[in-house]
Design a protein around this ligand. Structure first.
Ligand code: ZN
Length: 271
C-alpha cells in the first residue's frame, strides 16, 4: 500500500470513528473532518473573502458588529465552560467584520469567523436585533451545522485537500457553499428545519447571557418576514426560512433563555 492509499484508508477510518457531541443539545453529531483540518480551511477562506470584499472600518456600525460579536463570543465561552465543555473553543479565532454589500445576509464560519453584510442592518435596526442574528449564526457554527450540510464524501475531500498543499477551486467552492459564503458563487444551501430550530434556541440563550432581551428575537424574524415580500427574496431568508412556527417558538422559549442567563448573573436585558 503506497502512502496515498494509506492516507485514504486512514481518512476513511476517521469518517467512521469520529463523533462530536453538540454541547447544547447533548446530541451526537458526526464529525467527518476534525476541527484541526476544517479550521485552517475556514481561516484561509475567511481571509480571502475579506480581501475580495469591502470591509467597513471606523464607522459606528462596524464598531457595533465587533462589540456585539465579542459579547456573543464571551457568552458562548461562559456557557460552554459552565457546562463541562472547557476547551471546546480552544481552536476558535473569533473575528467579526462588517462588509459593504446590499445582500441581507450574515454568517459564521467554523472557528468563529463572522461576517455581517450592511444589507441586513436596516432589518436588525439596533444592537439587540444584531445580537439575534449573530447569536443564531454563531449557534450554527458551534453546533457544526455547516459540516453536516456537506456529504461525508465531500467533507472528506475537503479535509484531504486541506492536508495537501493545494486546495482545488472545486473544493473551495464546495466549502463556501456549505458555510454560507454562497452569494459569491451564486449558490445557497438552506439549513434543514431542525438545524434552524436548534440554532434559534441556542442563539436565544447566547443573546440572553450576553445581556440582550431575547423577547426581541421574535420581533427580528417578524421584520425579516415583512421584508421578504416582493420578488427579491433576501439571501438570509432563503437560507433561513422564516415561518410562524419559528416566531411562536422564539416567544415560547424567551423566558427559559432569561432564566438560563440569570444563572450567569445577568438580570438586565437590553431591548
Ligand atoms: Zn440559520
Amino acid at each position: 500500500m503506497n502512502f496515498r492509499n494509506l492516507s485514504v484508508a486512514v481518512g476513511m477510518l476517521l469518517v467512521f470513528l469520529s463523533c462530536n457531541q453538540n454541547p447544547f443539545t447533548g446530541k451526537k453529531t458526526l464529525a467527518v473532518v476534525p476541527n484541526s483540518q476544517i479550521l485552517p480551511m475556514a481561516f484561509q477562506q475567511y481571509d480571502q473573502f475579506l480581501q475580495e470584499n469591502q470591509v467597513v472600518t471606523g464607522t459606528s456600525e462596524a464598531r457595533m458588529v465587533k462589540d456585539v460579536g465579542q459579547k456573543i463570543a464571551t457568552a458562548a465561552e461562559r456557557y460552554l465552560n459552565a457546562n463541562g465543555y472547557q476547551g471546546y473553543l480552544e481552536d476558535y479565532r473569533w473575528e467579526y467584520n462588517l462588509v459593504n454589500d446590499d445582500a441581507v445576509n450574515a454568517w459564521c464560519m467554523p472557528g468563529g469567523k463572522i461576517v455581517v453584510y450592511t444589507g441586513i442592518l436596516p432589518i436588525t435596526q439596533d444592537e439587540t436585533g444584531l445580537a439575534v442574528v449573530m447569536g443564531h449564526e454563531v449557534a450554527h457554527a458551534l453546533a457544526n451545522h455547516g459540516q453536516q450540510r456537506m456529504s461525508a464524501s465531500q467533507l472528506q475531500q475537503v479535509g484531504a485537500a486541506v492536508g495537501a498543499v493545494a486546495v482545488s477551486e472545486e473544493n473551495q467552492q464546495m466549502f463556501q457553499t456549505a458555510y454560507g459564503l454562497g452569494t459569491q458563487v451564486g449558490v445557497m444551501l438552506p439549513f434543514s428545519r431542525s438545524h434552524e430550530t436548534e440554532a434559534d434556541k441556542i442563539g436565544l440563550t447566547l443573546m440572553a447571557i450576553a445581556g440582550y432581551n431575547p423577547d426581541e428575537a421574535a420581533e427580528l424574524w417578524r421584520r425579516m418576514k415583512a421584508n421578504s415580500g416582493g420578488s427579491a427574496q433576501p439571501e438570509f431568508l432563503s437560507t433561513h426560512p422564516s415561518n410562524d412556527t419559528r416566531i411562536n417558538n422564539l416567544e415560547a422559549w424567551s423566558d427559559e433563555a432569561k432564566a438560563e442567563a440569570r444563572k450567569y448573573g445577568v438580570t438586565n436585558f437590553k431591548s
